[in-house]
Design a protein around this ligand. Structure first.
Ligand code: KG4
Ligand code: ZN
Length: 348
């Protein structure tokens, strides 16, 4: 039952292929309960997220998932004091399900509703299990939908200082994995293969240069495609592999991909560390931060420069509602939010 000493917040995330809720105790600054329903198994057979299918799956699961989190937290809907939801960026149909559902809950309970930016969720996800990180820090936010570097000065202040010119980092992993007929999400499977080998660029793929702090991942995908064509594995007319790819070839492509992406990210961080010498901490967040090869190399590289490196535990790297709850709780605690205007409902 509700302990009325505490103030409770219910947060929802549904921007891509995870439907998730978190109930956060704002008074105690703790996560009371968290539930997540991943659609990965259902998208796997299509080699990536199909937006219309994602919306349908959010739609089916969202009400039972709410029951589940209330049961886990031993609370009733009336016990919730604040509601929050991801308002974008993300897949519009997917976002609309969680956003509309949660704002309707808030409206029915006559409680405040707070829309949250998904990217802000990723930036501050670092605090979910690294409470000691201090401002200012650099946040490398790399997932399937975006690759951004932010200069984070406080809980309310962050500035976008670098981004990709084309594909996102996770998207590059996913596209290369798809070319090799590896399952979705590609980054995880490329890492699993690369982990078995010394990290070398045996296929000599180019590490593309930075341009004023912007990074580019699309050249690597094209290099892999031409490598497959040159070696007689890929038919451009049918846009598919037409021959069984030799396992050793897949291993060398996966390891070289892992090498190039790792080194591109190291060079990207170096660029901004040189630009902002006052920075003593770097965080890496988003789905690609699940990649231990990258985070281990980043940690070794930065410790030589006396810079502390942080990444969230895996469950907080991928999309989750805990990070949305954390950002909303900061806004509530510092009274830094506007009353939601139900007549001007917009997604970010
Ligand atoms: O943050 P996230 O769950 O969703 C988005 O907001 O996009 O990130 C998903 C991305 C996918 O592109 C996936 O390939 C990548 O994170 N990813 C990885 C790993 N696990 C997931 N990339 C590299 N290595 C991994 N172990
Ligand atoms: Zn995300």
């Amino acid at each position: 039952m509700s302990d009325r000493e505490s103030v409770y917040l219910l947060a929802c995330e549904s921007s891509c292929d995870e439907t998730a809720f978190c109930i956060y105790d704002i008074t105690e600054k703790t996560i009371l309960a968290s539930v997540i329903h991943s659609q990965i198994k259902l998208h796997e057979r299509n080699g990536g997220v199909v937006p219309e299918l994602a919306s349908q799956l959010h739609f089916q699961i969202i009400a039972p998932l709410l029951d589940e989190i209330l049961f886990k937290a031993k609370l009733k809907l009336e016990d919730i004091d604040y509601f929050a939801s991801t308002a974008g960026p993300g897949l519009p149909g997917a976002l609309l399900i969680g956003f509309t559902f949660t704002k309707t809950l808030a409206w029915s309970q006559k409680k405040p509703f707070i829309p949250i930016n998904h990217l802000e969720g990723h930036i501050y996800s670092i605090f979910l299990d690294n409470k000691e990180i201090s401002f200012p820090f650099l946040s490398i936010s790399v997932s399937g939908g975006h690759s951004h570097i932010y200069l984070v000065s406080s809980f309310n202040e962050y500035k976008l200082i670098g981004k990709t010119r084309d594909d996102a980092c996770g998207e590059c992993f996913d596209k290369i994995a798809k070319l090799l007929r590896l399952p979705y999400p590609g980054g995880k499977y490329i890492e699993q293969i690369a982990m078995k080998w010394p990290l070398l660029n045996t296929r000599n793929y180019t590490i593309s240069n930075l341009q004023d702090g912007t990074i580019s991942f699309s050249g690597l995908k094209t290099a892999v495609l031409y490598d497959l064509i040159k070696n007689g594995y890929y038919d451009q007319t049918i846009k598919s592999l037409f021959a069984e790819v030799h396992p050793e070839f897949i291993e060398s492509v996966a390891t070289s991909t892992q090498y190039v992406i790792t080194h591109m990210l190291l060079a990207w961080v170096d660029y901004f560390i040189n630009l902002f010498p006052e920075i003593k901490s770097v965080a890496m967040v988003g789905g690609v931060a699940c990649n231990n090869i990258i985070t281990d190399k980043m940690n070794d590289h930065l410790s030589l420069k006396n810079i502390s490196f942080y990444s969230p535990s895996q469950k907080f790297c991928c999309d989750n509602a805990d990070m949305i709850a954390f950002v909303a709780s900061q806004k509530i605690s510092s009274n830094n939010y506007e009353p939601y205007n139900y007549t001007q409902s917009i997604l970010i």
